[in-house]
Design a protein around this ligand. Sequence first.
Ligand code: SF4
Length: 451
Amino acid sequence: MTTSPRRYHITTFGCQMNKADSERMAGILENMGFEWSEDPNDASLILYNTCTIRDNAEQKVYSYLGRQAKRKQEQPDLTLIVAGCVAQQEGEQLLRRVPELDLVMGPQHANRLEDLLQQVFDGNQVVATEEVHIMEDITKPRRDSKVTAWVNVIYGCNERCTYCVVPNVRGVEQSRTPEAIRAEMEELGRQGYKEVTLLGQNIDAYGRDLPGATAEGRHQHTLTDLLYYVHDVPGIERLRFATSHPRYFTERLIRACAELPKVCELFHIPFQSGDNDILKAMSRGYTQEKYRRIIDTIRRYMPDAAISADAIVGFPGETEEQFQNTLRLVEDIRFDLLNTAAYSPRPGTPAALWENQLSEEVKSDRLQRLNHLVNVKAAQASQRYFGRIEEVLVEDQNPKDPTQVMGRTRGNRLTFFTGDINELKGKIVPVKITQVRPFSLTGEALSVACC
Ligand code: SF4
């Protein structure tokens, strides 16, 4: 090892779980004396935290990695790491493909980064992809924002959706205890954070692997119980959670969200397809009717709740008529945001082996048609904010206009308004909305007296 402080760079692909893991690994590296480098080419340790959900993210990793592997040939003390889902899935294969790599580590090993690096510095090439029981986090994550933070509440997933690699790469469900979650949130509150998003791949499964039942025989540790338990953490003004699964979403949870003032009226509930036969082929475990009922119940309790979701088009065997059922659902529900994707077969998943795959042309045509409808519907949904006063939690300066700050409404709309970031960062400001776009808003601050 060199004596001057070594610099590190992390590139993160994929979901919020990966972003939270990256923040934790950055915290570990900083504890070890590493300093952040914005430019990967100035760093002597480079970590790619990867994602296998989308094919293009996987391709990008290989192209970035190729460039750094070349650099390593001239600079042998460069440490190259691949973490995350590609690492878990490819394991030793990755070393064969890129022999310059020092460490390949699956997502369950994020907390062990220091140990694993020690083995690398001792001269080993290390692959860590075996199943482990996730240990409680002992290092504070380096958080990218000083205002909002993610807190993992459950790792892994026990579902077996036929298109998804997550159960293979992130292992079985492991919930953290409510006490550990609350302690992390209290620390965040002391550090001045204002918003926490509780994270889990299937967050509605929270607690079912923890022991305990109530006198009525109900399980004691559910997401709903957790929300009540952490709701009064001092300093934390807003609570969000993701990702929800329609199969387990309960009315009790909806009631808790309506009742607890800090829980934001935003629900991210992927539906994936609006057709019951496709949902069955995906092994999702609910029907489109059930999904509609959940949304109706949310709107009964919170008429203005923001609803977002994920959808996949071009699943193997999807007919034009079945695709139309997805369009119909999007037409009817008025989503505030919909993440759309054309199905792409992921290695090691059942659907990847089926013979009824659709052509790329059909998939991309359906994706375009769905995206067009999503934009139209999101623009309509945005109209309801015009002229309203929304509470915006200020996170940063507008990178395109330094006279403006930006933040999010309770419904998670990105909102811009004129103001000084030094004065407003971390404050909740009432903003009168004067311009609406499909996915963002502009307004004028009324005052900053509310906190
Ligand atoms: S619920 Fe399904 S889609 Fe979500 S992580 Fe688990 S297996 Fe994957």
